[in-house]
Design a protein around this ligand. Structure first.
Ligand code: SAJ
Length: 407
């Protein structure tokens, strides 16, 4: 397993739990040392127990350098760079790192979310490094090494469960590649493994996340329209969803996380002329934090000394993950505008995040204290605990509820 992050480590642990010997490879010595102690360096429920068992029973060990194996799974990051173009440097580095230890009969699977054509690129990179072996783009079904694309589609927070129970799309460069990849996944996947080709599988992953992004953008655009027309968007969506064929998602302060806000760009950058709806959905969702900040700024203009309580920093409810969070963006933008004192609330963390610590006008505190001291209250994340807030505390204050908690 090349890459021991949010996807690689749980997948490695799952294979190891089926008594398959797994060598986990990561460039981070800290990750390698932590895993070899039977511990984990990421937050994911239930994963610690599985890793602990796999390591202590000798089925999983970690190292910084690839070693010979029968199958290689690549689960490294694919961020974007510059003008939202995919950065394939981690995938290329992973391919270069396994090339020297590849042998005839091996299977290589790419799991990282990737633009269409990346699996073929991996095969080309491997072929350039190993002219003594043949690959599917050269030798088809007779290739010495099989190559496939099999995207992950697990939800952070439910990874251990979803790895086993989600259907898998298996995109082999040939039918034999799909067959061999299916055999491997079937060792722990209890759901369907559906074969297709590599390009379709790559596009399938991007499609799933773009579908969600476009649908959230629809809800976010509705919330802006309703704001202008004086309509309660939460009531509107609830009513519209009574139609048997309508299922509108929920608006919010924007779209966060490392997948939905990134993957649609992989389609846009490949087909910019054609991907118009997907592109505009990204812009709608990326614009939402700015819309929220404008709402707060307008409220602050009516208050002599604005004190703004911002409820929630995580990128979605009931997790502690602050990365790519629209709530964090709202708080940062507000702090930069210097329109008042900001009281940040995030029940899942104990310390002020480093990226907010530099501002002199942000304090971290409990929701009760923040609401008591504030004259403007901004709901940013619908954490379960926020539903228990006494709404009597909100009386006489400006309330900007981006999540419909107090609808
Ligand atoms: N959000 C809304 N309104 C909604 C639903 C979500 O504003 O109605 C926001 C969330 O608050 C969050 C963002 O969207 O900021 C993304 O959250 P999410 O729960 O939709 O998705 P992720 O990023 O945690 O995981 C997604 C999943 N993809 C789909 O549901 C199609 C997951 O299955 C993928 O494996 C994952 O991306 C990934 O790794 O690609």
């Amino acid at each position: 397993m090349i890459g021991l992050g949010y996807i690689g480590l749980p997948t490695a642990a799952m294979l190891a739990s089926r008594k398959i010997k797994v060598i986990g490879v990561d460039v981070s010595q800290h990750a390698v040392d932590t895993i070899n102690r039977g511990e984990i360096h990421i937050v994911e429920p239930e994963l610690d127990i599985i890793v602990q068992a796999a390591v202590s029973q000798g089925y999983l060990r970690a190292t910084t350098k690839p070693e010979p194996a029968d199958a290689f799974l690549i689960a490294v990051p694919t961020p974007f760079k510059g003008d939202h173009e995919p950065d394939l440097s981690y995938v290329e580095a992973a391919a270069q790192s396994i090339a020297p230890v590849l042998k005839k009969g091996d299977l290589v699977i790419l799991e990282s979310t990737s633009p269409v054509g990346t699996t073929e690129l991996v095969a080309v990179w491997l072929a350039q490094a190993r002219t003594d072996l043949s690959f599917p783009h050269q030798a088809g079904e007779q290739a010495d090494v099989n190559v496939a694309y099999c995207p992950e589609r697990v939800l952070p927070g439910k990874v251990v469960h979803e790895l086993v129970s989600n259907d898998r799309v298996i995109g082999g460069m040939t039918q034999r590649c799909s067959q061999r990849a299916t055999e491997l996944y079937k060792t722990f996947v209890e759901a369907e493994c559906i074969p297709t080709n590599a390009r379709t599988a790559e596009m399938c992953k991007l499609t799933e996340n773009s579908y969600r992004d476009v649908n959230i953008a629809f809800a976010n655009e509705l919330s802006i329209i309703c704001g202008k027309l004086g309509i309660n968007v939460w009531e509107l969506i609830k009513l519209a969803n009574h139609h048997p064929r309508v299922k509108i998602l929920q608006p919010g302060p924007g779209v966060g996380g490392h997948c939905i806000a990134v993957d649609p760009w992989f389609i846009v950058s490949k087909t910019p002329e054609e991907a118009r709806l997907i592109h505009i959905a990204r812009l709608v969702n990326d614009g939402k934090p700015h819309y929220v900040v404008d709402q707060v700024t307008a409220a602050a203009a009516n208050v002599a000394e604005p004190v703004i309580a911002c409820l929630g920093l995580a990128f979605k409810p009931d997790i502690d993950d602050l990365r790519e969070s629209p709530a964090m963006e709202v708080v940062q933008l507000l702090a930069e505008r210097k329109i008042g004192q900001i009281l940040a609330v995030e029940p899942h963390i104990e310390q002020m995040p480093a990226s907010l610590a530099g501002f002199g006008n942000i304090e971290l505190m409990s929701s009760d204290e923040a609401i008591r001291r504030a004259n403007i209250v901004v709901m940013l994340v619908s954490h379960q605990s926020f539903y228990e807030i006494d709404t009597g505390l909100l009386e006489g204050k400006y309330v900007i509820d981006t999540r419909g908690v107090w609808q």
